[in-house]
Design a protein around this ligand. Structure first.
Ligand code: GLU
Length: 469
């Protein structure tokens, strides 16, 4: 078989939502799996609803997900002349015709058909009139009067529609603009697309598009229609189920590989495997395992995957992301004096704990702000930093100041044991007071590792401050 070429063809009328991203991913995987090409086409022909910001949001999302086009990005609007050329060709071939029926007249025909219990459609009255171009005229497809359009959908299996069911659709509107079905066929053909995977909201367009391919004598690509994504209440996924835009997931601190892994499993499976590296997805992907029933979005599973990828990621990479997320919270200047090496030491402490980068930044805050800027949980202070415990914390600081060896767990552990046994105390007695003094809260990574990463100076400064709280 010749090389597989797939494409993703979003309309830039809003952000890229996760359903669109999933379609893009499946198309990308289908191409990558066979060493083919994946192309991106921005369908910006709806001039009223398309915006440059939406185009940018799509490009940003695709970049974030690392789903790159293997060719120049095609902008559909720029190809209007080519679309019209093909429309003229269809007219010349006798496969399409000019029609001057007013909208109201066509609506009346439809109404009448409905009333008579027939399928509402244009009655073809201009088919044989041999009209040419003219003010207010449209070009319609001369849909065959009999026969059918049958194809094997890559997801839904065999589909057949009788031509009778299909209208003489408009290919060119009265304002001269080509319609969606025509433009998509011409673009897919010119881009050499061999496999079209898209949302099943387009399934009714496909037989119409196949007719255009046939009329032009062009090779018809394979089509596959992916079912929609549902919310946990089994209704179409919408804003009220949470975030929809890909970039909102970035903002919420998800890693792109977690989102990709999650989306891949939303409607596609490979045995019962849940975790897939990018390479594994490419190796395992096949349209045969695309499900034909709607998948239900499950935020907890996405969180679980994200936690997994956070644990697995290279700390140096996460430290770069952590700086970015801390900067979003504290302002980037607040981190000007924070060395990267500190963040790289913080990350491994938080990798087992944080489910998102937002959580990680929140947990990392006390490491990067100076002792004077720690946000104290007042209840924790009241409960754990009693006058008695403050004295204990001070004494611990004294002992820590004379710590021999490195400022690390190996030295801190025996020192702490000696400190406790001299006072006949259990670790519990100092753990929370020290933790609150150091971090402002009752939950943090292990005490010794926290002190190691904070370093001698910050640790002592924080412990000594307890008397002032
Ligand atoms: N531009 C269409 C959309 O955003 C998709 C067209 C297609 O994939 O054929 O829904």
């Amino acid at each position: 078989m010749s090389q597989i070429v797939t494409r993703f063809a979003p309309s830039p009328t809003g952000y890229l939502h996760i359903g669109g991203a999933r379609t893009a991913l499946f198309s990308w995987l289908l191409a990558r799996h066979s060493g083919g090409r994946f192309l991106l086409r921005i369908e910006d022909t709806d001039l009223e609803r398309s915006t440059p910001e939406a185009t940018q949001a799509i490009l940003d999302s695709m970049r974030w997900l690392d789903l790159h086009s293997d060719g120049e990005i095609v902008y559909q609007q720029a190809r209007a002349a080519r679309h019209n050329e093909v429309i003229d060709q269809l007219v010349a071939l006798g496969q399409a015709y000019w029609c001057d029926c007013a909208k109201e007249r066509v609506e009346a025909m439809r109404e009448k058909a409905r009333a008579e219990g027939r399928k509402p459609k244009y009655d073809g009255s201009c088919r044989e009139r041999g009209l040419g171009p003219g003010e207010g005229r449209v070009v319609r497809m001369k849909t065959p009067l009999d026969g059918s359009v049958a194809y094997k959908d890559m997801v839904k299996g065999p589909i057949a529609v009788a031509c009778e069911e299909l209208d003489d659709m408009i290919l060119r509107r009265s304002d001269g603009s080509p319609t969606y079905n025509l433009a998509v066929v011409v673009d897919d053909h010119d881009m050499g697309v061999t496999h079209v995977l898209r949302g099943d909201d387009h399934v009714n367009n496909t037989p119409r598009q196949i007719l255009i391919y046939r009329a032009l004598g062009w090779d018809v690509p394979e089509f596959g229609h992916v079912p929609m994504i549902l919310g946990p209440d089994k209704k179409k996924l919408s804003k009220r189920h949470g975030a929809l835009s890909v970039m909102e997931y970035e903002k919420m601190g998800y890693l792109p590989e977690a989102v990709l892994n999650y989306l891949a499993r939303l409607g596609w499976s490979h045995g019962d495997q849940e975790i897939f590296s990018r390479g594994e997805l490419v190796a395992c992907f096949s349209t045969e395992n695309l499900g034909n029933s709607p998948a239900v979005f499950d935020t907890q599973k996405l969180e679980w995957l994200n936690a997994h990828y956070i644990k697995e990621s290279d700390p140096a990479r996460l430290a770069v992301l952590l700086r970015d997320f801390l900067g979003r919270d504290l302002g980037p200047e607040a981190l000007a004096d924070t060395p990267q090496i500190l963040l790289e030491a913080v990350v491994p402490l938080l990798q087992p704990r944080a489910k998102t980068l937002v959580e990680m930044a929140e947990m990392a805050r006390f490491f990067v702000v100076d002792a004077a800027f720690i946000a104290f949980d007042e209840k924790a202070v009241r409960q754990h930093l009693t006058p008695e415990n403050r004295t204990l914390v001070e004494e611990y600081a004294d002992a820590l100041e004379h710590l021999e060896g490195g400022f690390d767990e190996a030295a801190m552990e025996p020192m702490t044991e000696a400190f406790l046994s001299a006072r006949d105390l259990k670790f519990k007695a100092v753990a929370q007071p020290l933790r609150v003094a150091l971090t402002g809260r009752t939950v943090s990574p292990g005490l010794f590792e926290t002190m190691r990463v904070l370093g001698r100076e910050q640790t002592l400064k924080r412990l000594r401050r307890v008397t002032e709280l």
